[in-house]
Design a protein around this ligand. Structure first.
Ligand code: SF4
Ligand code: SF4
Ligand code: SF4
Length: 305
C-alpha cells in the first residue's frame, strides 16, 4: 500500500474505525459513482415515498454524517490562503458546525491544495451543464496534504492536479462571477473534518438539491438536521436602493429572494436565507449586504481560530 493511501486510511478512521476508513476510501476513489447513486436514490425515495417515516429517518441519518457549511466568499478565500495548521477547540468547532458527528475543524499542511472534477456536475451530464452555463467541472478543491496526496494518487483520471493558492483564488472568483457559492464539506467517513472546499452552483449542486428534496419530506421536527447550514450571515435589503428587476431572484440558490408584485421591489425570505452572498454579488442597486445574524449560527472565519 502506498504512503498516501496509508495516511488517508489513518485519517479517515484507522483500525479503530475500519468501517469509516473503507467507506472513505470507496467514497473518494469512486467519487462520481458514489454521488450519482446517492442522488438518484434520494430523488427516487422522495418521489415514491414522500410520507414515509423510514425515508425521513434515512435522510436524518445521512445528513448527520455528511454535511456542509455555507461560506461567504471572503471566508472561503481564507481557506486557500492559509499558511498555518488549524486544530479548533472542539467546544468552538461544535458552535460553528453544530453536529455531533463530522464537526472537526482541522487543517494540516493547508499549503497543499488540489482541484478535481466536481462529481455533482458530472452527474448532470454535458448537455445540461452547457444549457445552464455551468462549466467548467474542474472546480472541487481539497485542502491539506493527506487528502491532496490521496486524490493525486487515486483519482488522476478526474483531472486532479495540485494548484497554488492563487489558482484556487481564481477558481473561487470565477465561480462567484457566475453566481456560484462556496461550501465546506465534512463527512464522517473522511475523518469527519474540514478539507473539501466546493464551488457550487444552484443548477448542479447535489447538496442544494438534497436540501430541497428533504424540504419535500416536510421534516417538521425541530431537530431535523439539514445537509447545509447557514454561513452565520443573512442578506439585509435596503428597499430604498432596490431598483427592481429581480436579478437576486434569479441567482439565489435557496429561493430566498422574491419580488413583491405590488411594489416591484425585492424581499428576502428570512428563514430560507443561507447567507451565501450570491444576491449581493449581482445586485446592481447595491441594495443588499451580508450582515451577521446570531440566528444563523457562528461563521467559519479562520482568522478567529
Ligand atoms: S458540493 Fe459543489 S463543488 Fe462539491 S461536488 Fe457538489 S456541486 Fe461540486
Ligand atoms: S438584485 Fe438588487 S436591485 Fe435587483 S431586485 Fe434584487 S435587491 Fe433589488
Ligand atoms: S438571499 Fe442572498 S445571501 Fe440569502 S441565500 Fe439567497 S443569495 Fe444567498
Amino acid at each position: 500500500m502506498k504512503a498516501a493511501t496509508k495516511e488517508f486510511l489513518k485519517m479517515a478512521g484507522g483500525w479503530r474505525r475500519l468501517d469509516r476508513a473503507l467507506h472513505g476510501y470507496i467514497y473518494y476513489v469512486h467519487y462520481d459513482g458514489y454521488v450519482r447513486v446517492v442522488l438518484r436514490l434520494g430523488r427516487w425515495l422522495v418521489k415514491h415515498f414522500p410520507r414515509s417515516r423510514f425515508v425521513r429517518t434515512a435522510y436524518d441519518y445521512f445528513f448527520n454524517r455528511y454535511h456542509a457549511k455555507v461560506l461567504r466568499e471572503e471566508d472561503a478565500r481564507k481557506f486557500v490562503m492559509l499558511h498555518r495548521d488549524i486544530h479548533a477547540d472542539p467546544s468552538i468547532a461544535e458552535q460553528i458546525i453544530p453536529f455531533k458527528i463530522a464537526n472537526r475543524i482541522v487543517l494540516e499542511n493547508p499549503e497543499y491544495i488540489a482541484v478535481t472534477d466536481c462529481p455533482c456536475r458530472l452527474e448532470k451530464g454535458p448537455d445540461y451543464l452547457e444549457e445552464h452555463n455551468d462549466l467548467p467541472v474542474n472546480v472541487c478543491l481539497a485542502i491539506g496534504k493527506t487528502t491532496v496526496n490521496f486524490w493525486l494518487e487515486k483519482i488522476p483520471q478526474r483531472h486532479t492536479r495540485r494548484i497554488t493558492s492563487e489558482e484556487a483564488l481564481q477558481i473561487i472568483a470565477d465561480g462567484h462571477k457566475k453566481g456560484w457559492i462556496n461550501t465546506i464539506w465534512l463527512k464522517d467517513a473522511t475523518g469527519g473534518r474540514t478539507g473539501i472546499l466546493c464551488n457550487c452552483s444552484k443548477w448542479s449542486c447535489g447538496g442544494i438539491e438534497a436540501m430541497k428534496l428533504a424540504g419535500l419530506l416536510k421534516r417538521t421536527r425541530p431537530k431535523s438536521p439539514n445537509i447545509l447550514i447557514p454561513s452565520g450571515y443573512v442578506a439585509r435589503l435596503d428597499e430604498e436602493k432596490c431598483i427592481g428587476g429581480g436579478t437576486c431572484v434569479e441567482v439565489c440558490p435557496f429561493d430566498a429572494c422574491k419580488l413583491n408584485p405590488a411594489t416591484k421591489k425585492a424581499e428576502t425570505v428570512y428563514d430560507k436565507c443561507m447567507g451565501c452572498g450570491a444576491c449581493v454579488d449581482f445586485c446592481k442597486g447595491e441594495a443588499r449586504e451580508l450582515v451577521l445574524d446570531p440566528n444563523k449560527g457562528t461563521p467559519l472565519d479562520l482568522d478567529k481560530l
